[in-house]
Ligand binder design. Sequence first.
Ligand SMILES: [Zn+2]
Length: 483
Amino acid sequence: MTRYEAVIGLEIHVQIKTDTKAFCRCNGDYNAPPNRHICPVCTGAPGALPVLSDEFVRRAVLFCLALGARVNLVSTFDRKNYFYPDMPKNYQITQFFTPIGSEGRLLVTGADGVERAIGIERIHMEEDTARSAHMGERTLLNFNRAGLPLIEVVSHPDLRSGEEAAQYFKKIYDIAVKYLGICRGNMEEGNLRCDANISIRPVGSTALNTKTEVKNVNSFAFIAKAIDHEIERQIALVEAGGAVESETRLWNPKLKRTETMRKKSGRNDYRYFNEPDLGPLRITAEFVEELRKTLPELPDAKRRRLKAYGINNEQTDLFVGYPEVGDYFINATASNTLQPSEYPIVSSLVTGEILKYEDKEHFETVPQRIPPQHTASLAHLIHTGRVTWPQAKELFAMMRETGSDPEEIVKNDPRFTAIGDDETAAIAAAVVADHPAETEKYLGGRENLLGFFVGQAMKRAKGKADPAKMSEMVKKELTNRKK
Ligand SMILES: [Zn+2]
């Protein structure tokens, strides 16, 4: 039986958050009441002239740099001609002949755990269409979205599975939404839209066979499923002696399968030509370098850097996926005289305590309310044994409420004075003495009862004892009874 591999390329549309639309000064808030933000340019009145938004250009260049692409100092705006009610001027302004960005790359981790570079063929600027709503026989059009800036990122057909495609899509989302903040990231409102081109070929072949396009796989929950399903469908078809037809398909999440939307007959002829009302876009190398300086540390670099902190993979993923939380962690480790051995304690405090109360999606105000240095102080108090973990949890709650440094709270509150070894030993002895039946069972081999004794003893110490120390004392006390 032939073994097949999938050949997948993604086209991702990212709606760019700017104050105005791409080619007119209309407000970019598409959620305003229908047709509130429209003008002769974005509704295609004859004779209206487009004027390119500077902010759109800056954000497009920044995005190209973040995707490791070459920024073309001269790019063209071109007309894609087609007739559809959501585009009343009968063409869309896009970049066809020379896009703003070429040949970028992003890393994905394959099923074998090895990182691979996925090539990005082109990154181009264009405008969004109006939103249409079909009501029975009638179609309603809302032009608030018409002319909003869009960036399309077209990958090379380098992806091999639904899982890789999902990772790649997620990474573009993270960069645009969380790292650069150039897109609102609301998937339900279509801020990011993804179409997948999929074909199959025998393993070892380099042929590019007939592909299908699966439209609108816009959700992290089903992108991998939709693509893997389409791969299996094509393999089954070819194995049965059939041939894949060039068509556009849609994912049906209810039936968990892709379905034909329309057959593609020949090539669409969009009669592209240069947009005569705009002329080429020229930018300087200095302009690009200025923007490069404003780039934040990006996900791949952040992941490499976090490797040195001795934290687990789950925590690393969280810090990469939520850069504000990650920066908080890094700032906390940097803000004090902490030793590297204390970093995992900081990490546990961030993921275990702070995120118990705070929303990782809206973390902006946390550093002001709970300064990273305070979290570092708390980690240091734990590391040096001056407070126990149960005390630390209580201390954290107070710190969060009052905004005070935990060092100060501990100094002024007798409840946080950890009890000494003598007192710990006395409590351990008392608890063992109070439970003769359990002691007998323990000595008879039920060693898992140790947890019961330690739990009782910690309760009696009101959390002011060090659990490791208490466990050691209880064990010693029990062993002494053996003799
Ligand atoms: Zn307008």
